[in-house]
Design a protein around this ligand. Structure first.
Ligand code: DUC
Ligand code: ZN
Ligand code: ZN
Ligand code: ZN
Length: 484
Protein backbone atom coordinates (compact mmCIF):
# COMPACT_ATOMS: atom_id res chain seq x y z
CA UNK A 1 0.00 0.00 0.00
CA UNK A 2 1.51 3.30 -1.08
CA UNK A 3 0.39 6.81 -0.23
CA UNK A 4 0.99 10.07 -2.01
CA UNK A 5 0.84 13.52 -0.44
CA UNK A 6 -0.28 15.65 -3.38
CA UNK A 7 -0.36 19.34 -4.30
CA UNK A 8 1.65 20.60 -1.33
CA UNK A 9 4.75 22.74 -1.00
CA UNK A 10 7.69 20.95 0.60
CA UNK A 11 9.50 22.99 3.23
CA UNK A 12 12.76 21.65 4.64
CA UNK A 13 15.53 23.33 6.60
CA UNK A 14 17.06 24.55 3.35
CA UNK A 15 14.53 24.34 0.50
CA UNK A 16 10.98 25.35 -0.39
CA UNK A 17 9.50 23.76 -3.54
CA UNK A 18 6.37 22.22 -4.98
CA UNK A 19 6.39 18.42 -5.22
CA UNK A 20 4.41 15.34 -4.25
CA UNK A 21 5.78 12.83 -1.73
CA UNK A 22 5.29 9.09 -2.17
CA UNK A 23 5.46 6.81 0.86
CA UNK A 24 5.73 3.04 1.08
CA UNK A 25 6.74 0.77 3.96
CA UNK A 26 6.95 3.73 6.34
CA UNK A 27 9.63 5.58 4.36
CA UNK A 28 9.71 8.19 1.59
CA UNK A 29 10.24 6.39 -1.73
CA UNK A 30 9.85 9.22 -4.27
CA UNK A 31 9.63 13.00 -4.42
CA UNK A 32 8.52 14.73 -7.60
CA UNK A 33 5.66 16.03 -9.74
CA UNK A 34 2.42 14.11 -10.43
CA UNK A 35 3.08 10.99 -8.38
CA UNK A 36 0.44 8.27 -8.08
CA UNK A 37 -0.25 5.85 -5.22
CA UNK A 38 -2.93 3.62 -3.71
CA UNK A 39 -4.08 6.42 -1.41
CA UNK A 40 -3.93 10.21 -1.75
CA UNK A 41 -3.63 12.85 0.96
CA UNK A 42 -4.53 16.29 -0.33
CA UNK A 43 -2.06 18.97 0.72
CA UNK A 44 -3.50 21.83 -1.38
CA UNK A 45 -2.62 25.12 0.34
CA UNK A 46 -0.35 23.32 2.82
CA UNK A 47 3.35 22.97 3.58
CA UNK A 48 4.78 19.46 3.85
CA UNK A 49 7.48 19.50 6.53
CA UNK A 50 9.54 16.98 8.52
CA UNK A 51 7.56 16.19 11.67
CA UNK A 52 8.70 17.98 14.80
CA UNK A 53 11.23 16.33 17.10
CA UNK A 54 10.94 17.34 20.74
CA UNK A 55 14.34 16.56 22.30
CA UNK A 56 13.23 17.27 25.85
CA UNK A 57 10.19 15.65 27.49
CA UNK A 58 9.49 13.96 30.83
CA UNK A 59 6.67 11.44 30.50
CA UNK A 60 5.52 9.60 33.63
CA UNK A 61 8.60 11.00 35.35
CA UNK A 62 9.12 10.20 39.04
CA UNK A 63 9.80 13.64 40.49
CA UNK A 64 9.29 15.64 43.68
CA UNK A 65 7.25 12.93 45.36
CA UNK A 66 4.94 12.22 42.43
CA UNK A 67 4.86 11.31 38.72
CA UNK A 68 4.36 13.72 35.83
CA UNK A 69 0.80 13.25 34.62
CA UNK A 70 1.31 12.63 30.91
CA UNK A 71 2.60 9.17 30.16
CA UNK A 72 4.02 7.85 26.88
CA UNK A 73 0.51 7.35 25.52
CA UNK A 74 -1.07 10.75 26.25
CA UNK A 75 2.20 12.63 25.81
CA UNK A 76 2.94 11.27 22.35
CA UNK A 77 -0.71 11.68 21.35
CA UNK A 78 -0.44 15.34 22.33
CA UNK A 79 2.77 15.65 20.34
CA UNK A 80 1.25 14.15 17.19
CA UNK A 81 -1.83 16.38 17.49
CA UNK A 82 0.54 19.33 17.27
CA UNK A 83 2.77 17.97 14.47
CA UNK A 84 5.53 16.41 16.61
CA UNK A 85 6.47 12.91 15.44
CA UNK A 86 9.35 12.03 17.75
CA UNK A 87 10.17 12.73 21.40
CA UNK A 88 13.27 12.16 23.49
CA UNK A 89 12.64 11.39 27.15
CA UNK A 90 15.11 11.25 30.03
CA UNK A 91 15.89 7.94 31.73
CA UNK A 92 16.51 8.89 35.36
CA UNK A 93 18.29 6.31 37.53
CA UNK A 94 18.04 6.85 41.27
CA UNK A 95 21.49 8.00 42.53
CA UNK A 96 22.77 4.48 43.21
CA UNK A 97 20.61 2.56 40.77
CA UNK A 98 22.17 0.73 37.83
CA UNK A 99 21.77 2.64 34.55
CA UNK A 100 20.70 -0.57 32.82
CA UNK A 101 18.09 -1.36 35.44
CA UNK A 102 16.63 2.16 35.08
CA UNK A 103 16.66 1.77 31.31
CA UNK A 104 14.59 -1.39 31.65
CA UNK A 105 11.96 0.63 33.56
CA UNK A 106 11.89 3.27 30.81
CA UNK A 107 11.67 0.56 28.14
CA UNK A 108 8.60 -0.82 29.89
CA UNK A 109 6.84 2.55 30.14
CA UNK A 110 7.55 3.54 26.56
CA UNK A 111 5.90 0.53 24.92
CA UNK A 112 2.68 2.59 24.84
CA UNK A 113 4.13 5.39 22.70
CA UNK A 114 2.15 6.51 19.65
CA UNK A 115 5.21 7.93 17.88
CA UNK A 116 8.91 7.13 17.71
CA UNK A 117 11.07 8.03 20.67
CA UNK A 118 14.51 7.82 22.18
CA UNK A 119 16.08 8.40 25.58
CA UNK A 120 18.83 10.50 27.09
CA UNK A 121 20.49 8.78 30.06
CA UNK A 122 20.85 10.86 33.24
CA UNK A 123 24.00 10.64 35.35
CA UNK A 124 22.81 11.26 38.90
CA UNK A 125 25.82 9.94 40.81
CA UNK A 126 29.29 8.60 40.07
CA UNK A 127 31.05 5.28 40.66
CA UNK A 128 32.90 2.58 38.79
CA UNK A 129 29.74 0.74 37.81
CA UNK A 130 28.32 3.87 36.17
CA UNK A 131 31.64 4.37 34.36
CA UNK A 132 31.39 0.81 32.98
CA UNK A 133 27.68 0.92 32.20
CA UNK A 134 28.03 4.10 30.15
CA UNK A 135 29.87 2.04 27.54
CA UNK A 136 27.02 -0.49 27.31
CA UNK A 137 24.49 2.35 27.12
CA UNK A 138 26.31 3.89 24.14
CA UNK A 139 27.48 0.77 22.32
CA UNK A 140 24.62 -1.68 22.92
CA UNK A 141 21.60 0.42 23.84
CA UNK A 142 21.85 3.13 21.18
CA UNK A 143 21.91 6.11 23.54
CA UNK A 144 24.56 8.73 22.81
CA UNK A 145 23.55 11.54 25.19
CA UNK A 146 24.04 11.83 28.98
CA UNK A 147 22.19 14.42 31.06
CA UNK A 148 23.61 16.12 34.15
CA UNK A 149 21.53 18.09 36.63
CA UNK A 150 23.53 20.96 38.17
CA UNK A 151 20.47 21.76 40.35
CA UNK A 152 18.08 19.74 42.57
CA UNK A 153 20.58 19.46 45.39
CA UNK A 154 20.06 16.34 47.47
CA UNK A 155 18.33 14.38 44.70
CA UNK A 156 19.38 14.58 41.06
CA UNK A 157 22.27 17.07 41.32
CA UNK A 158 25.85 16.10 40.48
CA UNK A 159 28.93 18.00 41.63
CA UNK A 160 31.78 19.27 39.48
CA UNK A 161 34.03 16.25 40.13
CA UNK A 162 31.25 13.89 39.05
CA UNK A 163 30.41 16.01 36.03
CA UNK A 164 34.02 16.26 34.92
CA UNK A 165 34.48 12.50 35.24
CA UNK A 166 31.31 11.83 33.28
CA UNK A 167 32.11 14.43 30.58
CA UNK A 168 35.53 12.82 30.16
CA UNK A 169 33.89 9.41 29.80
CA UNK A 170 31.52 10.88 27.18
CA UNK A 171 34.56 12.12 25.26
CA UNK A 172 36.00 8.58 25.19
CA UNK A 173 32.72 7.01 24.08
CA UNK A 174 31.65 9.50 21.41
CA UNK A 175 28.70 10.68 23.49
CA UNK A 176 27.30 14.16 24.04
CA UNK A 177 26.88 15.45 27.60
CA UNK A 178 23.86 17.64 28.37
CA UNK A 179 23.33 19.92 31.33
CA UNK A 180 20.44 21.38 33.27
CA UNK A 181 22.45 24.50 34.09
CA UNK A 182 21.46 26.12 37.38
CA UNK A 183 23.75 26.48 40.39
CA UNK A 184 21.98 24.11 42.79
CA UNK A 185 23.90 25.28 45.87
CA UNK A 186 22.86 28.90 45.33
CA UNK A 187 19.26 27.88 44.59
CA UNK A 188 19.16 25.91 47.86
CA UNK A 189 20.55 28.86 49.84
CA UNK A 190 18.17 31.37 48.26
CA UNK A 191 15.20 29.04 48.76
CA UNK A 192 16.00 28.62 52.46
CA UNK A 193 16.34 32.41 52.90
CA UNK A 194 13.09 33.21 51.11
CA UNK A 195 11.17 30.62 53.11
CA UNK A 196 12.71 31.82 56.39
CA UNK A 197 11.54 35.34 55.54
CA UNK A 198 8.02 34.12 54.91
CA UNK A 199 8.09 34.31 51.09
CA UNK A 200 6.41 30.97 50.49
CA UNK A 201 4.23 31.75 47.41
CA UNK A 202 4.97 30.60 43.84
CA UNK A 203 6.76 33.89 43.02
CA UNK A 204 9.43 32.74 45.50
CA UNK A 205 10.31 30.02 42.97
CA UNK A 206 11.34 32.68 40.44
CA UNK A 207 13.20 34.75 43.05
CA UNK A 208 15.20 31.69 44.09
CA UNK A 209 16.44 31.02 40.55
CA UNK A 210 17.55 34.31 38.97
CA UNK A 211 19.29 34.41 35.56
CA UNK A 212 22.71 34.66 37.24
CA UNK A 213 22.21 31.17 38.71
CA UNK A 214 21.78 29.86 35.19
CA UNK A 215 24.54 31.98 33.67
CA UNK A 216 27.09 30.79 36.24
CA UNK A 217 26.23 27.13 35.71
CA UNK A 218 26.26 27.42 31.92
CA UNK A 219 29.71 29.04 31.97
CA UNK A 220 30.99 26.38 34.36
CA UNK A 221 29.61 23.50 32.32
CA UNK A 222 31.12 24.94 29.13
CA UNK A 223 34.55 25.19 30.77
CA UNK A 224 34.28 21.65 32.16
CA UNK A 225 33.29 20.36 28.72
CA UNK A 226 36.21 22.17 27.16
CA UNK A 227 38.64 20.67 29.66
CA UNK A 228 37.17 17.22 29.04
CA UNK A 229 37.39 17.77 25.29
CA UNK A 230 33.73 17.14 24.53
CA UNK A 231 30.87 19.12 22.93
CA UNK A 232 27.99 20.22 25.18
CA UNK A 233 24.22 20.56 24.94
CA UNK A 234 22.58 23.06 27.30
CA UNK A 235 18.90 22.23 27.85
CA UNK A 236 16.26 24.91 28.45
CA UNK A 237 18.42 27.99 27.85
CA UNK A 238 16.15 30.67 29.26
CA UNK A 239 18.17 33.86 29.67
CA UNK A 240 20.75 36.18 28.16
CA UNK A 241 23.45 35.17 30.68
CA UNK A 242 23.32 31.55 29.56
CA UNK A 243 22.89 32.45 25.89
CA UNK A 244 25.89 34.79 26.11
CA UNK A 245 28.10 31.98 27.43
CA UNK A 246 26.95 29.70 24.60
CA UNK A 247 27.54 32.39 21.97
CA UNK A 248 31.04 33.07 23.24
CA UNK A 249 31.97 29.39 23.29
CA UNK A 250 30.65 28.84 19.77
CA UNK A 251 32.58 31.84 18.53
CA UNK A 252 35.74 30.23 19.87
CA UNK A 253 34.98 27.10 17.90
CA UNK A 254 33.37 24.90 20.56
CA UNK A 255 30.40 22.75 19.69
CA UNK A 256 27.97 24.04 22.31
CA UNK A 257 24.25 23.82 21.61
CA UNK A 258 21.51 25.84 23.31
CA UNK A 259 17.86 24.82 23.51
CA UNK A 260 15.25 27.47 24.33
CA UNK A 261 11.76 26.26 25.27
CA UNK A 262 8.59 27.50 23.61
CA UNK A 263 7.37 28.54 27.08
CA UNK A 264 10.38 30.83 27.70
CA UNK A 265 10.00 32.34 24.23
CA UNK A 266 6.36 33.30 24.71
CA UNK A 267 5.49 33.58 28.43
CA UNK A 268 7.13 35.92 30.94
CA UNK A 269 7.73 36.26 34.65
CA UNK A 270 4.59 38.36 35.25
CA UNK A 271 2.72 35.02 35.33
CA UNK A 272 4.18 34.39 38.80
CA UNK A 273 2.62 37.57 40.18
CA UNK A 274 -0.93 36.47 39.45
CA UNK A 275 -3.19 36.87 42.49
CA UNK A 276 -4.49 33.38 41.70
CA UNK A 277 -2.20 30.86 43.50
CA UNK A 278 -3.12 28.06 41.08
CA UNK A 279 -2.36 30.21 38.03
CA UNK A 280 1.13 31.01 39.30
CA UNK A 281 1.89 27.50 40.60
CA UNK A 282 0.84 25.87 37.32
CA UNK A 283 3.63 27.87 35.67
CA UNK A 284 6.35 26.87 38.13
CA UNK A 285 9.13 25.21 36.19
CA UNK A 286 12.92 25.36 36.27
CA UNK A 287 14.32 27.60 35.01
CA UNK A 288 11.42 29.99 35.61
CA UNK A 289 9.92 32.33 33.00
CA UNK A 290 11.99 35.50 32.49
CA UNK A 291 11.37 39.11 31.45
CA UNK A 292 10.99 40.44 27.89
CA UNK A 293 14.69 41.27 27.46
CA UNK A 294 15.58 37.63 27.96
CA UNK A 295 12.86 36.58 25.51
CA UNK A 296 14.32 38.95 22.88
CA UNK A 297 17.73 37.39 23.45
CA UNK A 298 16.33 33.89 22.83
CA UNK A 299 14.57 34.93 19.62
CA UNK A 300 17.76 36.61 18.43
CA UNK A 301 19.66 33.39 19.13
CA UNK A 302 17.28 31.35 17.00
CA UNK A 303 17.56 33.90 14.19
CA UNK A 304 21.34 34.11 14.23
CA UNK A 305 21.95 30.41 14.86
CA UNK A 306 23.62 30.77 18.26
CA UNK A 307 20.72 28.74 19.71
CA UNK A 308 19.96 25.47 17.97
CA UNK A 309 16.51 24.08 18.70
CA UNK A 310 13.19 24.72 20.39
CA UNK A 311 11.91 22.12 22.88
CA UNK A 312 9.21 21.95 25.58
CA UNK A 313 10.62 20.17 28.66
CA UNK A 314 7.06 18.80 28.73
CA UNK A 315 6.60 17.74 32.34
CA UNK A 316 2.93 18.19 33.11
CA UNK A 317 1.42 18.15 36.62
CA UNK A 318 -2.25 18.52 37.49
CA UNK A 319 -3.50 21.38 39.69
CA UNK A 320 -3.95 18.84 42.47
CA UNK A 321 -0.27 17.89 42.23
CA UNK A 322 0.81 21.55 42.08
CA UNK A 323 -1.05 22.09 45.38
CA UNK A 324 1.52 19.90 47.19
CA UNK A 325 3.37 23.23 47.39
CA UNK A 326 0.73 25.36 49.14
CA UNK A 327 2.64 27.14 51.91
CA UNK A 328 6.05 26.17 50.46
CA UNK A 329 6.90 26.96 46.83
CA UNK A 330 9.85 24.54 46.99
CA UNK A 331 7.35 21.67 47.08
CA UNK A 332 5.42 22.67 43.97
CA UNK A 333 6.31 19.99 41.40
CA UNK A 334 8.43 21.76 38.75
CA UNK A 335 7.18 21.50 35.21
CA UNK A 336 4.83 22.70 32.49
CA UNK A 337 3.25 21.12 29.41
CA UNK A 338 3.71 22.19 25.81
CA UNK A 339 4.03 19.13 23.55
CA UNK A 340 0.83 19.81 21.60
CA UNK A 341 1.44 23.55 21.34
CA UNK A 342 5.15 23.87 20.47
CA UNK A 343 4.78 23.98 16.68
CA UNK A 344 1.59 26.08 16.48
CA UNK A 345 2.98 28.57 19.04
CA UNK A 346 6.36 28.86 17.31
CA UNK A 347 4.68 29.26 13.93
CA UNK A 348 2.32 31.95 15.27
CA UNK A 349 4.87 33.88 17.31
CA UNK A 350 7.88 33.15 15.10
CA UNK A 351 6.98 32.61 11.44
CA UNK A 352 3.77 34.68 11.23
CA UNK A 353 5.51 37.64 12.93
CA UNK A 354 8.47 37.48 10.54
CA UNK A 355 11.01 36.54 13.22
CA UNK A 356 11.76 33.17 11.61
CA UNK A 357 11.58 31.95 8.03
CA UNK A 358 9.70 28.72 7.36
CA UNK A 359 13.03 27.00 6.70
CA UNK A 360 14.41 28.22 10.04
CA UNK A 361 11.22 26.91 11.66
CA UNK A 362 11.94 23.42 10.28
CA UNK A 363 15.57 23.70 11.33
CA UNK A 364 14.84 24.58 14.95
CA UNK A 365 11.90 22.20 15.41
CA UNK A 366 13.34 19.15 13.67
CA UNK A 367 16.43 19.11 11.45
CA UNK A 368 19.01 20.67 13.78
CA UNK A 369 18.24 18.30 16.63
CA UNK A 370 18.20 15.31 14.27
CA UNK A 371 21.76 16.22 13.31
CA UNK A 372 22.85 16.90 16.90
CA UNK A 373 21.44 13.54 18.05
CA UNK A 374 22.96 11.69 15.07
CA UNK A 375 19.66 10.44 13.60
CA UNK A 376 19.69 12.59 10.44
CA UNK A 377 18.46 11.93 7.75
CA UNK A 378 16.37 9.02 9.10
CA UNK A 379 14.57 11.79 11.01
CA UNK A 380 14.37 15.53 10.34
CA UNK A 381 14.52 15.25 6.54
CA UNK A 382 12.35 14.95 3.46
CA UNK A 383 14.58 12.74 1.36
CA UNK A 384 14.15 9.39 -0.36
CA UNK A 385 14.85 6.72 2.28
CA UNK A 386 13.99 8.92 5.25
CA UNK A 387 11.24 7.85 7.66
CA UNK A 388 7.89 9.28 6.59
CA UNK A 389 7.49 11.27 9.81
CA UNK A 390 5.75 14.23 8.22
CA UNK A 391 3.40 17.04 9.02
CA UNK A 392 1.11 18.51 6.38
CA UNK A 393 0.84 22.01 7.78
CA UNK A 394 -2.14 24.22 7.09
CA UNK A 395 -1.00 27.81 7.63
CA UNK A 396 -4.62 29.04 7.58
CA UNK A 397 -6.14 26.69 10.17
CA UNK A 398 -6.49 28.33 13.53
CA UNK A 399 -7.74 27.63 17.02
CA UNK A 400 -7.79 29.05 20.51
CA UNK A 401 -5.62 26.94 22.81
CA UNK A 402 -7.70 25.48 25.60
CA UNK A 403 -7.40 22.72 28.17
CA UNK A 404 -10.97 21.74 27.23
CA UNK A 405 -9.87 20.17 23.94
CA UNK A 406 -6.22 19.26 24.49
CA UNK A 407 -4.73 15.76 24.44
CA UNK A 408 -2.64 16.20 27.57
CA UNK A 409 -4.04 14.58 30.69
CA UNK A 410 -3.81 17.71 32.84
CA UNK A 411 -6.65 20.10 33.70
CA UNK A 412 -5.17 23.40 32.41
CA UNK A 413 -2.87 24.76 29.73
CA UNK A 414 -0.24 27.44 30.30
CA UNK A 415 -1.11 28.87 26.85
CA UNK A 416 -4.86 28.94 27.60
CA UNK A 417 -6.66 31.53 25.44
CA UNK A 418 -3.84 32.07 22.95
CA UNK A 419 -4.96 32.20 19.32
CA UNK A 420 -2.75 30.14 17.04
CA UNK A 421 -2.80 30.09 13.24
CA UNK A 422 -0.94 27.22 11.62
CA UNK A 423 -1.95 23.65 12.55
CA UNK A 424 -1.51 20.16 11.14
CA UNK A 425 -3.93 18.96 8.49
CA UNK A 426 -2.26 15.53 8.70
CA UNK A 427 0.47 14.19 10.95
CA UNK A 428 2.15 10.99 9.75
CA UNK A 429 4.28 8.68 11.85
CA UNK A 430 6.36 6.40 9.60
CA UNK A 431 3.72 6.79 6.90
CA UNK A 432 0.69 6.11 9.13
CA UNK A 433 -1.84 8.94 9.38
CA UNK A 434 -2.16 9.61 13.11
CA UNK A 435 -3.94 12.97 12.95
CA UNK A 436 -6.39 14.23 10.32
CA UNK A 437 -7.42 17.78 11.24
CA UNK A 438 -9.11 17.38 14.63
CA UNK A 439 -9.61 13.62 14.29
CA UNK A 440 -7.20 11.58 16.40
CA UNK A 441 -6.16 8.31 14.75
CA UNK A 442 -3.13 7.50 16.89
CA UNK A 443 -2.33 3.87 17.66
CA UNK A 444 -1.02 3.06 21.11
CA UNK A 445 2.24 1.14 20.79
CA UNK A 446 2.93 2.20 17.19
CA UNK A 447 6.02 4.15 18.33
CA UNK A 448 9.44 2.52 18.07
CA UNK A 449 12.67 3.17 19.91
CA UNK A 450 15.20 4.99 17.70
CA UNK A 451 18.79 3.88 18.26
CA UNK A 452 21.40 6.60 18.02
CA UNK A 453 25.00 5.76 17.10
CA UNK A 454 27.98 7.32 18.88
CA UNK A 455 29.62 10.34 17.27
CA UNK A 456 32.86 10.32 15.35
CA UNK A 457 35.85 11.39 17.42
CA UNK A 458 35.59 15.14 16.91
CA UNK A 459 35.98 16.04 20.54
CA UNK A 460 39.18 18.06 20.61
CA UNK A 461 39.77 20.19 23.67
CA UNK A 462 40.33 23.82 22.83
CA UNK A 463 41.43 24.97 26.23
CA UNK A 464 45.00 25.57 27.29
CA UNK A 465 44.46 22.78 29.83
CA UNK A 466 44.91 20.33 26.98
CA UNK A 467 48.50 19.69 28.05
CA UNK A 468 47.38 18.71 31.51
CA UNK A 469 44.84 16.31 30.07
CA UNK A 470 47.72 14.58 28.20
CA UNK A 471 50.76 15.45 30.32
CA UNK A 472 54.21 15.70 28.76
CA UNK A 473 56.84 14.62 31.21
CA UNK A 474 59.84 16.95 31.53
CA UNK A 475 63.27 15.29 31.94
CA UNK A 476 65.35 17.48 34.27
CA UNK A 477 69.02 17.59 35.24
CA UNK A 478 70.75 19.13 38.21
CA UNK A 479 68.15 18.08 40.76
CA UNK A 480 69.54 18.77 44.23
CA UNK A 481 69.88 15.70 46.46
CA UNK A 482 67.12 15.58 49.03
CA UNK A 483 67.83 16.49 52.63
CA UNK A 484 70.53 19.02 51.70
N1 DUC B 1 12.56 21.35 35.16
C1 DUC B 1 11.24 21.28 35.25
O1 DUC B 1 10.60 22.32 35.31
N2 DUC B 1 10.67 20.06 35.28
C2 DUC B 1 11.36 18.87 35.09
C3 DUC B 1 12.78 18.94 35.37
C4 DUC B 1 13.34 20.27 35.20
O2 DUC B 1 14.53 20.42 35.12
ZN1 ZN C 1 15.94 20.65 33.54
ZN1 ZN D 1 13.74 18.67 31.71
ZN1 ZN E 1 2.50 0.69 13.53
Amino acid sequence: MSKVIKNGTIVTADLTYKADVKIEGGVIVEIGPDLQGDETLDATGCYVMPGGIDPHVHLEMPFMGTYSADDFESGTRAGLAGGTTMVVDFCLPAPDQSLLEALQMWDNKSTRANCDYSFHMAITGWNERIFDEMKTVVQDKGINTFKHFMAYKGSLMVNDDEMFASFSRCAELGALPMVHAENGDVVAAMTAKLLAEGNNGPEGHAYSRPPEVEGEATNRAIMLADMAGVPLYVVHTSCEQSHEAIRRARQKGMRVYGEPLIQHLTLDESEYFSKDWDHAARRVMSPPFRNKQHQDSLWAGLQSGSLSCVATDHCAFTTEQKRFGVGNFAQIPNGTGGLEDRLPMLWTYGVATGRLTMNEFVAVTSTNIAKILNIYPKKGAILVGADADLVVWDPKRSKTISASNQQSAIDYNVFEGKEVTGLPRFTLSRGVVTIEESTIKTQEGHGQFVKREPFQAVNKALSTWKELVSPRKVERTGIPASGV
